[in-house]
Ligand binder design. Structure first.
Ligand code: NAD
Length: 473
């Protein structure tokens, strides 16, 4: 097992810490201070990482029992490292400590779930003429690429099922949040055989080198739609398999039997968790015209209770945006909406100096033409859009190119569920939002993704089907 300094980690290749000549500053989004530096992987080092993954593959794919045991041990090791990894996650990502600790624990829980993976063969035919089975073969070496909003959890959505399926992996975190992932790699390396999980880091170009690398048979990518399309193009040349988890613009539709005051807190945090930087957060709310005022008041009251600040400070309930381009984007779409007639509530809230802070903002009187409604804001601003006809609200929720998830809220659960099923998205929630579980497949329709992660369906994406047909008689 390699061990390096937490704030100046090395690459993890074949179980060893590998230093680099070039390093990148990693900034604390709450203070602008340098948290540490990231190694910058060269092409040669990337080749080494994929060679290690290839060497580790034959023994790793040989025994499901050993893989299960190793994943169970990996889950325990990660859960045991919460105290050291959570502060690193807070420092480079910005989220409050409580959420960072939950993320590390959830990541460990996800790994533990896949320690129970079953990859049973299925018998399709067993008669005098033939015995035909279908089995799942590991897809091969995996390139895994993650974004900066939930670096550890989203990495474990990939590591757990891929390793359970018998694949080996080279994982690359975002250049904004590499430190916690590199440390997680070291912790897991202590219980996984050398080369099964390699962690590299660097600039965005490293991601492109990975998706074009000849050793890779499967790419699993989480990030923006624009990058996802580049990844899919890069995969085409070699017909590599891809799973893409991309952006979302989730609608929440409130029905006319909803009590706005009763759901405001849950709805608010469904939009503002992690300062709204969550792919499957509520990104727009459709509310019956008659309930609009009451809902806006109740959401604004929640916004006023938020303590925006450095995630390392105990009282903080919402951290900064992770990076300057994201802050600029959120400011731009909110300013545009206000210029186009939306009323921004809570706009005057006090914010700490420095850092990429933005006050949690409710946009009353928003409409579908505004960029903050039509696109993904990925930040702490929630447009509220009034409707008079629920069929019209559904059509507006389904408009556009996104289709990640959505929700319907109402006291008549069956009526809400009927409408939820008509949302064009991968997950349709009723009276809740972003409720995920390792056993539940998660993926987007339309431009929100290709394929799914999690559950047995997620494991299967790291395999190829093989039919074994024995002739008889
Ligand atoms: P991004 O697309 O900019 O970057 C994601 C990752 O791709 C980073 O590691 C980056 O270095 C890498 N990358 C950049 N260029 C690349 C290239 N040409 N080839 C390969 N890799 C490349 O996304 P982001 O800004 O880090 O993350 C925010 C986006 O992620 C949002 O759109 C959000 O909705 C989405 N997201 C989706 C899910 C989901 O499960 N659907 C989850 C979280 C975030």
């Amino acid at each position: 097992m390699s061990t390096t300094d937490l704030t100046t980690p090395d690459l993890l290749i074949d179980g060893a810490a590998v230093g680099t000549d070039d390093r990148l500053d990693v900034l604390n989004p709450a203070t602008g201070a340098v948290v540490g530096t990231s190694p910058v992987c060269t092409r040669g080092q990337l080749d080494d990482a994929f060679a290690a993954a290839e060497r580790a593959a034959p023994p790793w794919r040989g025994s499901l029992d050993e893989r299960r045991a190793a994943l169970g041990a990996a889950a325990a090791a990660l859960a045991g490292a919460v105290d050291e990894i959570a502060p690193l996650l807070v420092a480079e990502q910005g989220k409050p400590m409580r959420e960072a600790r939950l993320e590390v624990k959830a990541a460990a829980y996800w790994l533990g779930y896949y320690a129970g993976t079953d990859l049973a063969r299925e018998t399709l035919r067993d008669d005098a003429k033939a015995f035909v089975e279908v089995r799942r073969r590991p897809a091969g070496v995996v390139a895994a690429i993650t974004p900066w909003n939930f670096p550890l959890l989203l990495a474990c959505w990939k590591i757990g099922p891929a390793l359970a399926a018998g694949c080996t992996m080279v994982l690359k975190p975002s250049p904004y949040t590499p430190l916690s992932t590199l440390r997680m790699g070291e912790v897991l390396d202590g219980v996984l055989p050398d080369g099964v999980l390699n962690v590299v880091a660097g600039r965005d170009e490293l991601g492109a080198w990975m998706t074009g690398h000849p050793a890779v048979r499967k790419i699993t990518f989480t990030g923006s739609v624009a990058t996802g399309k580049r990844v899919m193009s890069a995969a085409a040349d070699d017909l590599k398999r891809v799973t893409l988890e991309l952006g979302g613009n989730d609608a929440a539709i409130l029905l006319d039997d909803v009590d706005p005051g009763a759901i405001a807190k849950q709805l608010f945090w469904s939009a503002f968790l992690n300062a709204g930087q969550l792919c499957c957060a509520v990104k727009r709310v459709y509310v019956p015209s008659g309930l609009r005022g009451e809902l806006v008041d109740a959401l604004t009251a929640e916004a006023e209770r938020v303590v925006v600040g450095d995630g390392a400070v105990r009282e903080t309930t919402m951290g900064p945006l992770n990076n300057r381009p994201q802050l600029d984007h959120v400011r731009a779409v909110v300013d545009e909406a206000v210029r186009a007639g939306a009323r921004s509530t809570n706009a005057g809230a006090a914010l700490p100096d420095g850092g990429h802070f933005f006050a949690p903002t409710i946009l009353d009187g928003a409409d579908d033409a505004m960029r903050v409604v039509a696109d993904e804001q990925f930040g702490p601003a929630l447009p509220v859009i009034a409707y008079d006809d629920v069929e019209d609200a559904l059509a507006r929720a389904n408009a556009g190119t996104f289709g990640l998830s959505g929700s319907v809220w109402g006291q008549d659960e069956d009526r809400a569920a009927d409408l939820a099923e008509r949302l064009e998205c991968g997950t349709a929630w009723v009276n809740t939002h972003y409720a995920n579980d390792p056993g539940q497949p998660f993926g987007g329709l339309k431009w929100s993704g290709v394929g799914v992660e999690n559950g047995r369906w997620g494991v299967e994406t790291f395999t190829d089907l093989q039919v074994v047909h024995r002739a008889r008689g």
